[in-house]
Design a protein around this ligand. Structure first.
Ligand code: SAH
Ligand code: SF4
Length: 345
């Protein structure tokens, strides 16, 4: 059965037209689902019963089944493991920090990029998520928050998977979330994180969404970056930075670089210096986070002192840098990863 969340408003309109329904119905249903956050057609009481029944018979209103729910000891981070209809599992996280309610969502089950320190990379690629499956993760938390008279403030596309490897579905999901007729979530409050698929960054730039871009850098020399992130062999730093610079020129949006500090590996001031040289003249921000150790990788988190020295070197050279704390580490949150809260700019 098709998922309702994979439909565009146009497709819904065509379907309802075929069913002989009045024109305004499609928008009414759309708004009930995306604006009022009705969990399914039964809850849309403004519709006649036969139409509700038909919607329920022809579409699923949920590909995600929540199988595990974990809350961090400080109660601030809330992670869910969802099962998809084919049995694959994905994670999504909700982080509450002061006024911020940030959800971190997945775009693939597993990931093909093989970054050595990443739990998802160690899993290998299982499959792409559909646009509807990406959107549904957000709706899940949005409904939960709404029940508490609260709401989402930020979305980070930083969960399992490489969003630019699943480009079309990811952009369809972002556009759906952004849709003023529906969920109406501001693009500027959405951040997409990529391992650095340069040609896709070019495409993303050309499409001019107001979404924030974060690039997982982790190293500023090709040897080291290729060792940690195999995709660097295909898109080395010169190619990646050309794409990122082009992104900045086209969008005028400052880029964030992510850097997981691994003790004795990529946490040296030499690496920080190499970064300064690479990023010369590019308005950017660096988020560093001590590595979250994973089973498949022997590296350890850097020390507080080395993180501070790394940050100091960047800042002395005019690059703003934030050391992120690992929230919800006790539940392996951050999609097992870097569930950073990207600041709103
Ligand atoms: N595929 C995308 C988005 C998902 S990964 C990307 O790579 O950017 C989100 C972030 O978590 C990335 O910056 C990634 O490098 C980081 N990450 C992965 N494993 C991590 C770990 N064990 N510790 C710290 N950060 C990690
Ligand atoms: Fe994939 Fe991102 Fe993990 Fe690399 S860090 S393996 S790109 S999810």
């Amino acid at each position: 059965m098709a998922s309702f969340f994979d439909l565009s408003l146009d497709q819904l309109t065509t379907t309802l037209d075929k069913w002989g329904e009045a024109k305004y119905r499609a928008k009414q249903i759309w708004q009930a689902v995306y604006r009022d956050l009705a969990p399914g057609p039964e809850a849309i009481t403004t519709l006649a019963k036969p139409l509700r029944q038909r919607l329920a018979a022809e579409f699923t209103f949920g590909n995600l089944t929540s199988v595990v729910e974990a809350k961090s000891s400080d109660g601030q981070t809330h992670k869910r493991l969802f099962r998809l209809p084919d049995g694959r599992q994905i994670e999504a996280v909700l982080m509450g920090y002061e006024q911020r309610r940030t959800t971190c969502i997945s775009t693939q089950a597993g990931c093909a990029m093989g970054c050595v320190f990443c739990a998802t990379g160690q899993m290998g690629f299982l499959r792409h998520l559909s646009a509807g499956e990406i959107v549904e993760q957000v709706l899940w938390f949005a409904r939960e928050l709404k029940a508490k008279e609260d709401r989402l403030s930020n979305i980070v596309v930083m969960g399992m998977g490489e969003p630019l490897h699943n480009y079309d579905a990811t952009m369809a999901a972002i556009d759906r979330l952004n849709d003023p007729e529906g969920f109406n979530f501001g693009a500027r409050r959405i951040t997409l994180s990529t391992v650095g698929l340069a040609p896709m960054i070019e495409r993303f730039a050309a499409e001019k969404r107001q979404v924030n871009l974060a690039v997982s850098l982790h190293a500023a020399t090709d040897d080291l970056r290729s060792e940690l992130l195999p995709i660097n062999k295909k898109y080395p730093l010169a190619v990646l930075f050309a794409a990122v610079r082009h992104y900045f020129e086209t969008t005028k949006r400052r880029v964030t670089f992510e850097w997981a500090l691994i003790q004795g590996k990529n946490d040296s001031v030499q690496q920080a210096r190499a970064f300064v040289a690479l990023a010369k003249g590019l308005p950017c921000h660096v988020n560093v986070i001590p590595l979250n150790p994973t089973r498949g990788y022997g590296g350890q988190a850097t020390t507080r002192e080395r993180a501070a020295a790394f940050k100091a070197l960047l800042e002395a050279n005019g690059v703003p840098c934030t050391i992120r704390v690992r929230r919800g580490i006790d539940i392996n949150a951050g999609c097992g990863q870097l569930a950073v809260e990207t600041r709103q700019r």
